[in-house]
Write a protein that binds this ligand. Structure first.
Ligand code: MLC
Ligand code: AMP
Length: 613
């Protein structure tokens, strides 16, 4: 059976299928819309086996075209909405796409096109091409068949107890397997109602969840839900799932405390679909991705493919009906990844004593940012074309919001102008792949074989922030002295500074310090004082004495301290976060600039002040 025929066979025409920005489309409507899109595609010369690239914002016509293509045996190639012209040209050329649909105005033409009749499509025919770089190299098109798509959707239908009564809040993009084949296909296979949101925005998601039963998100969604202030009663929601990137065990626990739900974390990959999931009934274990879904075989192996004992780390390998047919026109890559019939995922993990799979890392240096994959080699290739760049090395550092944040270390050729390099790069690669921290280095760290040591860069530039320890009082006092000396606006004698820091650690002044670490070294401080606000009937936090020693400036330390303070203030229920910026004090302003604090940061604080009313 084909996907389209299977889905349509399960639909009740009058039932609501998708609600989006005030419009509700029933399943009856959806079928007609898909067949109109199919007719329109045929009218453009698209036949069975032809690839249709779709680069559209989240719109109903995206779904019409996808279903329409499936109905006539054509192949959907979903592209990121913000893919750059060069990325689109590369992928459509590689795929040999017959048609690129990138103008939302086609919706009107499709709506008026007469419906056509579906084609006879077999289960092993190609349904979708999804570009992914697998473990290494340039993007390759994973060939996903109708059988693959149906295998994933039927396994999840059973495992997660989908029913026609479900209402799904859909806040994911449509151009990846999570939003399209897990969430939207899941809803369509169940005949359930999907409520779409254009973008993930915490308040809108929580509002929509008041009338829903299922939510599917990436870990960044859960991190942001936890950071928002709203805590509506969500007792009626029956399922929250997370995937595409690791959900920290702490987020799992915090979400349960805040919203009373234990998230079902699952694991998947474009090439294999969704294959491991925590149980619906039974323990949803924080930090684990659960068990193989029905029909899936999964194992953890050594490099030679032999299964390793329980609790030993190895590569996760997957076999089963959802595993794709290989990469388009890449027999070698296909043989390397799938030669023995098992997909070599490149993900490292282990199976615990109770049989739960855990993912602990990756063999490749792929970066997972907000649930999206970033392949360093792809971004490096673009950077290397820049005459101002002698050598680039792209890597990820841990990030509380995105999971990992894209960074780059560059050996410049000529003067160092990161803004110019960034502007050029932005024109060529999608913004989510763009490095958000730019480090200038004299040489890249290399091993004896000459290979760039990304692990060394990750270690060197990772910034974490934590509560200061009492044994750090001396260091903090020294930093405070340096801060006073630099700002020049006031002079305090060292004894007074030291006594003040001591009183903070004694807990007698209601203040506390956060300390940043970079590459394992203390790299800066931020002090918080609390002040009762009668107006808000809560404590508000004041940011005081931020200091980053010269060696650690312009390395993201200030931003990390700032983000930590904001996050912590929210988590601890502070009524606001305030910063007194004495803009008239030009010496202090120069210092702020030197530590990497920009007008952007002042604006963030001002926003919070405005909220104070
Ligand atoms: C957007 N931006 C990102 C980003 N998403 N930067 C880094 N990482 C990301 N994931 C950048 C934009 O380019 C833009 O940059 C700026 O952030 C604002 O864009 P936005 O669209 O307003 O961002 P936001 O709405 O905050 O989106 C963040 C997000 C979103 C995490 C909510 O990325 C998201 O929903 N991600 C889910 C992705 C997903 O569906 N993955 C599944 C893949 S399938 P600038 O510079 O222009 O301002 C898979 C298999 C499986 O992995 O198992 O599921
Ligand atoms: P993609 O190639 O976009 O389909 O992304 C697949 C990759 O996302 C996998 O290879 C994993 O590295 C990662 N991934 C998906 N789900 C999880 C999860 N629950 N925990 C950790 N990593 C995950």
């Amino acid at each position: 059976m084909s996907v389209f025929a299977t889905l349509v066979g399960r639909w009740t025409p009058k039932a609501p299928a998708v609600t989006y920005e005030g419009t509700t489309v029933t399943y009856g409507d959806l079928e007609v819309r898909a067949l109109r899109a199919a007719g329109w595609l045929r009218g453009r010369g698209v036949a069975k086996g032809d690839v249709v690239a779709v680069k559209l914002d989240k719109e109903l016509v995206f779904l019409d075209l996808h279903l329409g293509a499936l109905a006539i045996g054509a192949v959907t190639l979903p592209l990121h909405t913000n893919a750059t012209p060069r990325e689109v040209a590369d992928l459509t050329a590689d795929a040999g796409a017959k048609l690129l649909v990138d103008d939302p105005a086609v919706a009107a033409a499709i709506a008026e096109h007469p419906p056509t009749t579906p084609a006879d499509v077999g289960p092993d025919e190609l349904a979708v091409l999804c570009y992914t770089s697998g473990t290494t190299g340039r993007p390759k098109g994973a060939c996903i068949t109708h059988r693959n798509l149906l295998a994933t959707v039927t396994a999840l239908h059973e495992a997660w107890r989908w029913s026609a009564d479900d209402v799904l809040v859909h806040a994911l993009p449509l151009f990846h397997i999570h939003g399209l084949f897990v969430a939207q296909h899941g809803a369509m296979y169940a005949g359930a109602h999907a409520v779409w949101l254009r973008k993930f925005r915490p308040d809108a998601v929580l509002e929509a969840l008041r009338r829903a039963t299922i939510y599917m998100g990436v870990p960044t969604h859960y991190a942001r839900l936890l950071e928002s202030d709203a805590r509506p009663d969500l007792a009626h929601v029956r399922l929250f799932t997370s995937g595409s990137a690791p959900l920290p065990a702490s987020a799992h626990t915090a979400f349960e405390q805040a919203f009373g739900h234990r998230i079902v974390e699952r694991y998947g990959m474009t090439e294999v679909g969704i294959v491991l999931s925590n149980p619906y009934d039974g323990e949803r274990r924080p930090g684990a991705v659960g068990f193989p879904l029905p029909g899936v075989r999964a194992k953890v192996t050594d490099a030679g493919g032999a299964e390793v004992p329980r609790n030993a780390v190895g590569e996760i390998r997957i076999a089963g009906p959802s595993v794709c047919a290989g990469y388009l026109n890449r027999p070698e890559a296909t043989a390397a990844a799938l030669g023995d019939g098992w997909m070599h995922t490149g993900d490292l993990g282990f199976v615990d004593d109770d049989g739960y799979f855990h993912v602990v890392g990756r063999e490749s240096d792929m970066i997972l940012s907000g649930g999206l994959n970033v392949y360093p080699s792809e971004v490096e290739a673009v950077l290397a074309e820049d005459p101002a760049v002698a050598e680039p090395a792209v890597f990820g550092i841990p990030d509380a919001d995105l999971g990992e944040r894209v960074c780059v270390a560059i050996v410049p050729r000529g003067p160092w102008d990161p803004d110019a390099i960034e502007a050029r790069t932005r024109a060529l690669v999608n913004a989510y792949k763009l490095p958000r921290r730019w480090f200038r280095v004299d040489a890249l760290p290399r091993n004896a074989m000459g290979k760039v040591q990304k692990a060394v860069l990750r270690e060197r530039y990772a910034v974490s922030v934590r509560e200061a320890r009492p044994d750090e009082a001396e260091r903090i006092a020294t930093w405070n002295e340096a801060l006073c000396a630099e700002t020049e606006s006031f002079r305090l004698d060292p004894a007074t500074v030291r006594a003040g820091v001591q009183r903070v650690f004694e807990g007698s002044v209601g203040a506390r310090y956060f300390v940043a670490e970079r590459g394992g070294e203390p790299a800066g401080q931020l002090m918080i004082t609390r002040e009762w606000s009668d107006w808000r009937d809560r404590f508000v936090w004041w940011i005081q004495s931020v200091y980053v020693p010269p060696d650690h400036r312009r390395a993201g330390v200030y931003t990390a301290l700032h983000e930590h303070a904001v996050r912590q203030a929210r988590l601890e229920g502070a009524g606001g976060l305030r910063l007194y910026v004495e803009t008239a004090n030009t010496a202090a302003m120069r210092t702020y600039e030197r530590v990497g604090m920009t007008a952007e940061h002042y604006r963030m604080y001002e926003q919070m002040l405005t909220e104070e009313g």
